[in-house]
Design a protein around this ligand. Structure first.
Ligand SMILES: Nc1ncnc2c1ncn2[C@@H]1O[C@H](COP(=O)(O)OP(=O)(O)OP(=O)(O)O)[C@@H](O)[C@H]1O
Length: 574
């Protein structure tokens, strides 16, 4: 909860100033019924026009003072709530960037978006509400009670019944509301997830003509969200009117008692009007308190969801970087008895031990789902092994700063992801400040230069979000260029040429051969031809190491490798 305290520490002064203005405003509101009672009972009843004008002037001044105070607290509250919202969004965004991927998988991406947008907005509304009405309501409530009791203790017996009943209603409201709004937020997560999935897969949906199916799926989530919201709001809807009804019954009781008081000469009409005014103020305050509680309940749910994200230990925070630059050597990687499982899954890697020497190229091959991607994702610490150790130049990578560790590497993931911007921006994304010559050199190795120059605007060609205006193979080549421009010590290519035609792929490997001569390189591939010339080939099968060695050695000793080779080249050729 440190983060909430830090916001309090930062904004408590503004909060107190707002509280001061709110108190002033509430006092002005509380004074008005008493002034009005005097005008009626003394000025009007006694036909004293001077008194009416004098007290009327005072009443106007008090009202103006209240209006000025309200304006000031409105300005402060909206400024502070916007600032808190902006900072909190920035804080959550920053945290998401450092979350371990296991945590990102656990939260689900759509839920993280909802937490960053909707949940932060709920907190923003709470801060705004707290500085505006939630302070005023208790002051009006307590002040109104004091004024009412001092005005007429006999009529106040009505309040002794009404106020506890209303308090109880508010308490029940809170108890019922909290789990319901939690359910609403979860339904909203599902809604976002459904939209995200459909938009991401819109081509497939169209190609398969699955509009109706997707629409039905979406409708189910949409209606689920509606049902939960309606259920929550319906239950909440009972409370406001119940409170109003209780208070109105109280007002009727006051009129009834007041009638006897006036007739027996014990009470004045002005007093009764003022008393009813105070009761109305108390009613208003209590209704506002119940509304604020609703905002509070939602914000509490949101605060919990935001806290969950902020509480996760960010990856980049856990290791001091002092002097680490010097520990990196040439890029030797050792896997020592490494086991790995995703959260809630059975182990996807078991007892993996292998060494990759500096300058070596290691090909990784194996059936689909055998754990190839999982293996290489452990190197830049995108995930952490569940057991065993991975060492870089002899040092456990858990003791190295993830930032410095990743600076040494370049990673081309299975799905080439590009960002909106120009082709130049996308390649330069790999290394800030890369010169046009460096960018072109990287693009040439990745066999991207020619197709880039084929566009009318060359390297300045704009890329749509996610690279929509490029082919799969073009995207992959840009992703490779982005990695190469980084000039890493360790290069990881995860099935990076799967969408590239065989001839171009062969050119890429040829060009890469010189480039990778000095660096440690991991190449995951489906085709044996892509890894055949590697210094070492690692064969994975169902998360286990099925063999390690050169093409010839594996053909002789590894059944899994032989099978893959036979399926791709035929028995004779192998
Ligand atoms: N984020 C994840 N959460 C849970 N399980 C996962 C996750 N990613 C992969 N897996 C599981 O881990 C296993 C290994 O997957 P991995 O992607 O490493 O295989 P792969 O050999 O790279 O497959 P492919 O050749 O098809 O890319 C699979 O059984 C897969 O279902």
């Amino acid at each position: 909860m440190n983060y909430w305290y830090s916001y309090w520490q930062k904004y408590w002064k503004q909060f107190l100033v707002a509280a001061l203005f709110v108190t002033l405003e509430a006092v002005c509101d509380l004074l008005q019924p008493t002034i009005m009672a005097s005008i009626i009972d003394i000025g009007v009843a006694g036909r004293d026009m001077d008194y009416v004008l004098q007290m009327g002037g005072i009443m106007l001044l008090v009202t103006a003072g209240g209006a000025l105070a309200a304006t000031a607290r409105n300005i402060i509250s909206s400024t502070v709530s916007q600032q808190v919202g902006t900072e909190l969004r920035g804080q959550v965004y920053g945290k998401i960037q450092t979350l371990p991927l296991a945590a990102v998988d656990k939260f689900d991406r759509a839920s993280l978006v909802t937490r960053l947008t909707n949940d932060v907005t709920q907190i923003q509304s709470l801060v705004n509400g707290m500085m505006r009405i939630s302070l005023k309501a208790p002051i009006l409530c307590i002040g109104g009670l004091i004024m009412a009791v001092s005005l007429n203790p006999r009529l106040s017996s009505v309040l002794a019944v009404v106020v506890p009943v209303v308090g109880l209603l508010i308490f029940i409201n809170m108890r019922i509301g909290y789990p319901m709004f939690l359910a609403v937020q979860e339904a909203l997560d599902k809604l976002n997830q459904a939209v995200r999935e459909m938009v991401a897969g819109i081509r497939v949906v169209r190609a398969f003509n699955r509009f109706t199916y997707e629409q039905t799926k979406f409708q189910a989530v949409n209606v689920g969200f509606q049902e939960r919201s309606v259920k929550a709001l319906r239950r909440m809807a009972v409370f406001g009117p119940s409170i109003a009804l209780t208070m109105n019954l109280g007002i009727v009781a006051v009129l009834w008692l007041g009638n006897y008081g006036v007739q027996s000469g014990q009470m004045q009409v002005g007093h009764i009007i003022a008393f009813i005014n105070y009761m109305t103020q108390i009613l208003f305050a209590l209704v506002v308190i119940s509304l604020v509680f609703n905002v509070f309940i939602r914000a509490r749910v949101s605060a919990g969801r935001i806290s969950e994200v902020l509480a996760v230990q960010g990856m980049a925070e856990d290791v001091a970087e002092d002097g680490q630059e010097s520990v990196f050597g040439q890029g030797r990687i050792d896997f020592e008895k490494v086991y790995f499982a995703y959260e809630g899954t059975k182990p996807v890697l078991e007892n993996i031990s292998l060494t990759c020497l500096p300058g070596e190229t290691v090909g990784i091959i194996g059936p689909t789902g055998s754990g190839k991607s999982s293996l290489v994702q452990l190197i830049p610490r995108l995930y952490e092994p569940t057991a065993g150790t991975i060492k870089l130049d002899g040092r456990d990578i858990r003791l190295l700063s993830p930032r410095l560790l990743r600076e040494k590497m370049a990673f081309v993931p299975q799905r080439a992801l590009l960002f909106s911007g120009s082709i130049l921006d996308n390649i330069r994304w790999g290394k800030a400040g890369a010169t046009p010559a460096e960018i072109e050199a990287a693009a040439r190795i990745a066999q991207a230069h020619d197709f880039i120059m084929g566009f009318p605007e060359g390297y300045e060609t704009r890329i749509g979000q996610g690279g929509v205006n490029l082919s799969g193979g073009q995207k992959q080549r840009l992703a490779i260029a982005r990695a190469l421009v980084r000039k890493p010590d360790i290069l990881i290519l995860d099935d990076a040429t799967s969408a590239v035609d065989s001839a171009t792929e062969a050119h890429i490997w040829q060009a890469l051969e010189n480039y990778t001569a000095k660096l440690t390189c991991f190449i995951i591939a489906q085709r044996i031809s892509s890894v055949m010339t590697a210094d070492k080939i690692v064969v994975l099968d169902d998360g286990k190491l099925a063999g390690t060695g050169s093409h010839r050695e594996l053909l002789a000793n590894c059944a899994v490798y032989r099978e893959i080779c036979h399926s791709q080249f035929g028995k004779e050729e192998c």
